[in-house]
Design a protein around this ligand. Structure first.
Ligand code: MD3
Ligand code: FE
Length: 216
């Protein structure tokens, strides 16, 4: 038996380039994860999770809400950002300072200085939920990166190339992992494989993903 002198220390963040423009910051948000989940729960009390409809009329298996100046929404009329929650007609809850600071710090660590997100999409995956391959292209300024924070149950993230048909690579994302996508990676096709059954001490039977974007 080897004595593990590091057993009581938190895991150390590990910065791993995924592809040109994309950086995986493993456990970057692990320490803040409980506070992030509490903040998500507060936001969801004001702007509840809902299963939105795609323009084609399909119900998304991922439940969503938003905070910040703009929220991403989809319905029969299309995909867009808007300042009001369609459920309430009111502004989305403000982005907590904890969120803005984390997003900026992660972007900075990946080489994108001055990231100032105005939109945070909250995705909730329950076992069975998935997100099919797509590009994020509803934002105005594609020179701004996207920062993604995973919380709760682990998921298999899929990322492909610039064409939908490009064979995707698979990557396991765990609670506290942060990924920054910018530059040549900004328009890569990506998605999330069907979430397996599980239980996580922070979130119970689900995974949350926070996606920070500059919409306008
Ligand atoms: C790669 N969400 O909401 S975030 C989405 O885990 C979305 O909930 C996924 O894709 C999730 O649009 C993945 C990671 C992500 C976000 C944007 C990207 C990866 C990306 C943009 C370009 C390439
Ligand atoms: Fe996306």
């Amino acid at each position: 038996m080897t004595l593990d002198l590091f057993a009581d220390l938190p895991p150390q963040p590990f910065h791993e380039p995924i592809t040109e423009g994309a950086m995986l910051l493993r456990v970057f948000a692990a320490q803040e994860a409980p506070a992030l989940v509490r903040a998500i729960e507060t936001i969801l009390a004001a702007a509840p999770l809902r299963h939105m409809q795609t323009p084609g009329g399909f119900r998304m298996s991922v439940a969503m809400s938003n905070c910040g100046r703009y929220g991403w929404v989809t319905d029969r009329r299309g995909y867009r950002y808007q300042a009001e929650d369609p459920l309430s007609g009111q502004a989305w809850p403000p982005m907590p300072a904890l969120f803005t600071a984390l997003a900026a710090r992660a972007a900075q660590a990946a080489g994108f200085a001055g990231f100032d997100p105005d939109a945070c999409l909250i995705n909730r995956y329950e076992p069975g939920a998935r997100m099919s391959l797509h590009q994020d292209k509803d934002e105005l300024d594609m020179s701004q990166p996207i920062v993604s924070v995973s919380l709760g149950l682990p998921a298999t993230f899929l990322f492909g190339g610039m064409e939908r048909a490009d064979k995707p690579r698979r990557m396991r994302l765990e609670s506290g992992d942060v990924v920054v996508w910018g530059g040549p990676a900004r328009l890569l096709f990506h998605g999330v494989d069907t979430l397996p059954e599980g239980e996580h001490r922070l979130t119970g039977r689900c995974r949350y993903n926070l996606t920070f974007r500059r919409a306008r």
